[in-house]
Design a protein around this ligand. Structure first.
Ligand SMILES: NC(=O)c1ccc[n+]([C@@H]2O[C@H](COP(=O)([O-])OP(=O)(O)OC[C@H]3O[C@@H](n4cnc5c(N)ncnc54)[C@H](OP(=O)(O)O)[C@@H]3O)[C@@H](O)[C@H]2O)c1
Length: 270
């Protein structure tokens, strides 16, 4: 496994296992973050209409000189845009200055309307407007319900995931259904990086706590998108391919689970 490694999605599309997150990367900061990430070898960027930085991300990609087709771009349909997903998608494309995105996600399973919205996303996919479609913040209950309305299965489910929120059942369910699970807030938004249990494992491998958290996700065969706007930390977060967490320590990390969330709990959405 290296920084260029991919996971094959259920429609054959190859998705790089490591991407750069950009939530709360301000329009002022995000451009440099993208340039540094591409320089460090990242080829996958995660954004969303609601992050308000698609335009600057598009500009930075152009400036980088890296071929657009060599970069995997994810963006997301925001909750207030379920009334017209096609329009929202086209507006994202315009801001990103690209003619397709690799992965279009429904950002949240908005009550009552999500299954109908999915039909529009299927339409975008069938028309070849995006390479893959998926969901985010879907629990097993939301997925089971969606399956009753789907012609095309989601390729990806992007959810909060870390050793402190080890969603084992959801991971097993998605594996069984061939939906790739993607971990957001893998660094717990830096809230657990000083945990002594984690520091002890990091010390053993001569790695940082952040690198252990990222590597743990990768060894669960998932996709991971740590966010940083700092050049050194962007490089640090990608420097996770030269070591292996032993099974014994993977099991130890699995036991860190305390259902700790830094984002909203989607289980509260009916
Ligand atoms: N689908 C959804 O609903 C959803 C929700 C949340 C997040 N996401 C996606 O997932 C991405 C990642 O999640 P996140 O941004 O919530 O949190 P995260 O990646 O867990 O943590 C980001 C925080 O950690 C800091 N950090 C980064 N690398 C570090 C390192 N090596 N050492 C110490 N601190 C470090 C960052 O600060 P600096 O920037 O200063 O380095 C930032 O404060 C988001 O950016 C977004 O793309 C999606």
């Amino acid at each position: 496994m290296d920084i260029k490694s991919t996971i094959k999605l259920n429609n054959g599309v190859e998705m790089p296992v490591l991407g750069l997150g950009t939530w709360e990367s301000s329009p002022m900061d995000v451009g440099n973050a993208i340039l540094w990430a591409l320089e460090a070898g990242y080829r996958h960027i995660d954004t969303a209409a609601i992050y308000g930085n698609e335009k600057e991300i598009g500009e930075a990609i152009k400036k980088s000189g890296v071929n657009r087709k060599d970069i995997f771009i994810t963006t997301k349909l925001w909750n207030s845009d379920h009334d017209n997903p096609i329009r929202a998608y086209n507006e994202s494309l315009k801001r990103l200055q690209v003619d397709y995105v690799d992965l279009y996600l429904m950002h949240w399973p908005v009550e009552k309307i999500r299954n109908n919205t999915w039909k529009y996303m299927e339409k975008l996919y069938k028309q070849g407007k995006c390479k893959a479609i998926g969901v985010s913040n879907f629990t097993i209950r939301h997925l089971k319900e969606l399956f009753q309305h789907t012609k095309i299965m989601p390729a990806v489910n992007q959810v909060e995931f870390s050793p402190y929120l080890f969603q084992k059942e959801l991971l097993e369910f998605c594996n069984e259904k061939e939906i790739a699970l993607e971990a957001y807030s893998p660094l717990t938004r830096a809230k657990k990086l000083n945990d002594p249990k984690l520091a002890a494992i990091a010390k053993k491998y001569s790695k940082t706590p952040a690198q252990i958290l990222i590597r743990w996700v990768l060894q669960h065969n998932m996709i991971v998108i740590p966010k940083s706007i700092n050049k050194e930390r962007i490089k640090e977060n990608a420097n996770v391919f030269d070591f292996n967490i032993e099974e014994y320590d993977m099991k130890k990390l699995d036991l860190f689970n305390e259902n700790f969330r830094v984002c909203w709990n989607p289980d509260e959405i009916l």
